[in-house]
Design a protein around this ligand. Structure first.
Ligand code: SAM
Length: 234
């Protein structure tokens, strides 16, 4: 098990090393810009207020943090956490004007934070990449304050048969688009495979329950192409 996890860790790190400089462009191309709408819906549901302490897990190039800052201004304390140094470098460049954002290089499985620290733990398109989702969710629970909230945006299972067929066909084109734009198809083969292998909406609910979260709800966006899950530490 340890070896499988370590090799996933290495593979995922290589994937994001390869795509870091073109990550934002590829997101726009592959989702036809829709990822921006999904991310706005995520922040809408969180409905953040000032003086909230947030951990943006798997922050990558900082899209979610940027959206938070737009909504609540600089009174929010945000920690952007990601294990990939190149993704962090891109994020730092994009958010260089926001000195209040703290960047931390860490995996989700073992966080360098004390318990009961954050009001909100948000993770956007990160869960799929974790090498140990159970351990990471328990870490999320540990670092949240009592009354704190976990919110995830992630690819999920399309609910409509016809839409699913169209989506599956489109997925097959993604590695070719990647090859054309980034010069490599492998990272995008990983992307398609990791989406296929990831949990359904209800399976993720169960994982959150097992990690201690309560009042768990989810919302499908774009017919279940992605879903937002929310849970609370009571
Ligand atoms: C698809 S990007 C998401 C970036 C950003 N949150 C967004 O929504 O655009 C996934 C990120 O997960 C990070 N990641 C990979 N393995 C991880 C792990 N074990 N723990 C936390 N983050 C991880 C990658 O380095 C990458 O930056």
């Amino acid at each position: 098990m340890k070896n499988i996890n370590q090799s996933k860790n290495k593979q995922v790190n290589e994937v994001f090393n390869d795509v870091s400089s073109k990550y934002d462009l590829m997101n726009d191309v592959m989702s036809l810009g829709v990822h921006r709408v999904w991310k706005k819906r995520l922040i809408d549901w969180i409905n953040p207020s000032k003086n909230t302490k947030i951990i943006d897990m798997s922050a990558g190039t900082g899209d979610i943090t940027k959206e938070f800052l737009k909504r609540v201004g600089s009174d929010t304390e945000i920690y952007c956490v990601d294990p990939n140094k190149k993704m962090i470098d891109e994020g730092r460049k994009r958010l260089r004007n926001f000195k209040e954002v703290k960047w931390v290089c860490s995996h989700a499985e073992k966080l360098p934070f004390q318990e009961n620290l954050f009001d909100v733990y948000v993770v956007s398109f990160g869960l799929r990449n974790f090498n140990d989702i159970e351990k990471s969710l328990k870490e999320a629970y540990r670092v949240l304050k009592p009354g704190g909230r976990f919110v995830s945006l992630e690819f999920s299972k399309v609910q409509n048969e016809l839409l699913n067929k169209i989506y599956q066909t489109y997925s097959k084109a993604i590695p070719f688009i990647g090859k054309y734009l980034v010069g490599k198809s492998e990272p995008y083969e990983y992307l398609v495979k990791s989406i296929d292998n990831f949990h359904s909406q209800n399976e993720l609910v169960e994982k959150l329950k097992d990690s201690g979260f309560t009042d768990i709800e989810f919302r499908n966006l774009s017919g279940g192409v992605v879903a937002i899950h929310s849970g609370w530490k009571i």
